[in-house]
Design a protein around this ligand. Structure first.
Ligand code: RTP
Ligand code: MG
Length: 141
């Protein structure tokens, strides 16, 4: 299995629910290691740049508005197949379709406020990690 890094964001709804610890515990129990982490209140520009691939979508303004509605916790997770492992832990984008026991099934209410972000490919992970972290902020373990 490939040792990978992925970018995870605990979104404003999950931070507001005091679920940071519960969500990070799921990553750690699945064998993923937190190798970088910080809490940020994103600007409109930073959130819009992060989701630039969705710029033309009807939900873009709502997505950016939600992402800047409160602080987020941004992390780099490392481990075997970290990208897919994290996506499995997260569950489907729409929490109503998310499998039982996934983070979105347990902590999210709507497709707009869906608790977590996770990179969806090796290319996205590299770009997203560099968007939030310098090399000197990542601590291999
Ligand atoms: P994320 O990027 O946040 O990890 O979510 P994802 O890969 O599961 O979903 P993606 O297609 O990348 O969409 C990014 C976020 O946009 C919102 N969305 N709304 N109303 C809609 O049809 C719709 N589709 C997507 C979601 O909040 C999603 O997390
Ligand atoms: Mg996505």
């Amino acid at each position: 299995m490939a040792n990978e890094r992925t970018l995870s964001i605990i979104k404003p709804d999950a931070v507001a629910k005091n679920a940071i610890g519960d969500i990070i515990a799921r990553f750690e129990k699945a064998g993923l290691k937190v190798v970088a982490a910080k809490m940020l209140h994103l600007s409109e520009e930073k959130a819009g740049g992060f989701y630039a691939e969705h710029k033309e979508r009807s939900f873009f303004n709502d997505l950016v508005g939600f992402m800047i509605s409160g602080p987020v916790v941004v992390q780099v997770l490392e481990g075997d197949n970290a990208i897919a492992t994290n996506r499995d832990l997260m569950g489907a984008t729409n929490p109503k379709e998310a499998a039982a026991g996934t983070i979105r099934a347990d902590f999210a209410e709507t497709i707009d406020a869906n608790a977590v972000h996770g990179s969806d490919s090796v290319e996205s992970a590299e770009r997203e990690i560099a968007y939030f972290f310098g090399n000197d902020e990542i601590c291999p373990r």
